[in-house]
Structure formats: C-alpha cells, structure tokens
Design a protein around this ligand. Structure first.
Ligand code: TMP
Length: 212
C-alpha cells in the first residue's frame, strides 16, 4: 500500500482492561484542543457491516465459535473498515485513531488461539491491503493485573474476556513478540502507571512523530 501516507494513522493495542479507551479519549481531546480533527474508529466495528459482525463475535452464547470462523469474522470486519473509512480518511490527510487493529488478530487469534502464524500473517495482509499504522501504542498489562481489574469491574465480561488466564498469558507473550518485531512502529507503555503519566508519554510521542 505505497500510495497511502499512514503517518497520521495511530492504533492502540493492549489486553482487555489495559486502559486503552481512557487514553484514546484523552489523546483525542488533546488533539482537538490543538485544532486537529480526529477520527476515532474501534475494532471490530464502526461501519454498519462491521458492527453487525462485532455482535456475532462478542456474543457470549457463541461459545462454540470455531477459531478459524473467529479470525475470518474479525478480518471481514476489518477489511470493511479499512476500505470504507480508514483509507478514504488517510487520503484526505486526516488523523485516524484506531482502538485495536491487525496486531490484535496476531496476538489474540495467532498467539492466543494458537493458529498458524504464517496463515494469520497472510490473512492480516489481505484484510488490511498491507496498510499498517504509523504509530502503535501498546499498553502493557500483565494477565495477573488484568484478572485483578476484571474482578473489580462492574460490567460483565464479553466472550473473549471469559477465555481464562492461560489464554491471556499467550496473548501477553504474543504482544511482546510483535512489539519486538516492530520496534519502529511500536511504543510500549507500562499500563500500571497513573492515567496522567501515560497520557503525557503518548502526547510526547505523537507530537514527535506527527510533528505537532
Ligand atoms: P475491545 O474489548 O477492545 O472492544 O475488543 C473486543 C474484543 O475482541 C477483545 O477481547 C479483543 C478481541 N479481538 C480479537 O480477539 N481479535 C481482533 O482482531 C480484535 C480487533 C479484537
């Protein structure tokens, strides 16, 4: 995907309860205060088709979902989002913030579900047309901390969140590998810090890389 400038494409990654949503809202607010228009997109979702796929994916009644069906559904939701929203926005020069992107599939389906990583790579390539973000913020939270936060939360877990600690240990290790393989793109941040200190790190990095 050579013709698209992805420098304004920012993704956020992390296991559940890592504080992604809070940090995305704070970054969006910061950019808007500095007179930038920001488009926030969440995965899976944010097109009519992708939101319908999201409902199938997160439904707790679908506990029998085959892991290949799972990866194809995430990827179907993604390719629709990339084609319908992300590519047109980047072509206009807009700033796009994605709550999860292709690294989630590598971490959750590749490492977590233990699908063949080469096949996952091929599927990811097809589902993104090879388009990768300019910056990926990875909020790193250990599985132990995740379960502590999950037990204290007042909302019920979705289908993925009920997967158990062994699954999340694999996802955690998966993200470590992905971050190591993508050092240029990845900015790894310890998620067990104050909200403000994480926000400041993110702002500093965005300012440096986007040249605000
Ligand atoms: P969210 O809780 O961040 O909205 O994400 C929904 C769930 O979907 C979360 O448990 C992670 C999972 N997920 C995958 O397993 N693979 C993917 O490709 C994506 C985008 C999300």
């Amino acid at each position: 995907m050579n013709s698209i400038d992805a420098s304004h494409f920012i993704s956020f990654e992390g296991i559940d309860f890592s504080g992604k949503s809070t940090q995305i809202s704070l970054l969006k607010e910061f950019l808007e205060e500095n007179h930038y228009t920001v488009y926030f997109l969440r995965e899976p979702g944010d097109t009519e088709i992708s939101e319908k796929i999201r409902q199938i994916l997160l439904d707790k009644n679908h506990h029998c979902m085959n892991e290949w069906a799972e990866i194809f559904l995430y990827s179907a939701a993604r390719v629709q989002l990339v084609a319908e929203r992300i590519i047109p926005l980047l072509k206009e020069g807009q700033i796009v913030i994605a709550d999860r992107y292709v690294d989630s599939t590598t971490a959750y389906q590749g490492y977590g579900r233990q699908l063949d990583l080469d096949v996952v790579k091929t599927i990811n390539q097809a589902a993104t047309f090879g388009l990768l973000p300019g910056i990926t913020f990875y909020l790193e939270l250990t599985p132990d901390e995740l379960f502590k936060r999950m037990n204290n939360a007042d909302r019920t877990a979705d289908r993925l969140e009920t997967a158990g600690i062994e699954f999340f240990k694999r996802v955690f290790n998966g993200y470590k590998q992905i971050a190591n393989l993508n050092k240029q793109r990845f900015c790894v941040i310890d998620a067990v810090q104050s909200i403000e200190s994480i926000h400041q790190k993110i702002v500093k990095e965005v300012s440096k890389r986007i040249g605000l």
